[in-house]
Every structure is written in structure tokens, then in C-alpha cells.
Design a binder for this molecule. Structure first.
Ligand code: ZN
Length: 129
């Protein structure tokens, strides 16, 4: 692993910027990665235009899963749910900046999975209105 990126991940793991919960929130979703034991929850607050106004994550897991959640929640503030739905695996890998084994990849992508499930869930709920 590249030293610079390893430092970034350890820094985010030890000093997360986005850790916490939002109460009340517009969207909250949680899920886990049983392969590693990672468990993440992401809370979002939307503004009047439906953009993400605040984001926070909570949970427990390995350094990769928590660093990924911290970077991801920070990056989505100001984005619309439509933009969030377009985020992919490449965006997470670019943020982390390292090559990951398939097992570690599941750790890195848990935050995206939780975020997307939350964002899609609300859209589906709105379609039912
Ligand atoms: Zn993990």
C-alpha cells in the first residue's frame, strides 16, 4: 500500500470528520458486511431542493470501512440524490487511492451500499405518494 494513502486512511479512521448521527434526519439506513464484521449507518438531512445538506455516519468496523464512510459522507454534502445514485465503485476507490483485495473491497464499498440503499429507498417511497 502506498504510504501517503495509508496515512490518509489511518487519519480518517482515527480522526473522522463526519462521525455522528443526525436526529431528526430525512434518510437513515444501516447495513453490515458479515465477511469482516463492519456495520455502518448513514444519516442524511436534505435541503428544500432535495440536496444533501448534512451527512453523518456511525457504526463499527475496520479502518478501510470507516475511512471510506468518512470520505464518502464528506464528499456528498451539497450533492443531489440523483448525483449520489451515479456514484460507483470507482469513485470510492479513487477516494481511498489504493488497490484492494476482493475481501477488502467489500469493506470499502459498504458505505456506498448503505448510502445508495438509503437514497433509492426514499425515491421509491416518493413514487408511492
Ligand atoms: Zn472491514
Amino acid at each position: 500500500m502506498d504510504d501517503l494513502y495509508r496515512e490518509l486512511i489511518l487519519d480518517r479512521y482515527k480522526n473522522p470528520r463526519m462521525r455522528g448521527t443526525l436526529d431528526p434526519h430525512d434518510i437513515s439506513y444501516e447495513d453490515d458486511n458479515p465477511l469482516c464484521g463492519d456495520h455502518l449507518r448513514i444519516d442524511l438531512r436534505l435541503d428544500a431542493e432535495g440536496r444533501i445538506h448534512q451527512a453523518a455516519f456511525s457504526g463499527e468496523g475496520c479502518a478501510i470501512s470507516l475511512a471510506s464512510a468518512d470520505l464518502l459522507t464528506e464528499s456528498i454534502v451539497g450533492k443531489s440524490l440523483e448525483e449520489v445514485r451515479k456514484l460507483g465503485k470507482e469513485d470510492i476507490l479513487e477516494m481511498l487511492g489504493i488497490e484492494l483485495s476482493p475481501v477488502r473491497l467489500k469493506c470499502a464499498l459498504l458505505s456506498l451500499k448503505v448510502l445508495k440503499a438509503g437514497a433509492y429507498g426514499l425515491a421509491e417511497a416518493k413514487d408511492l405518494d
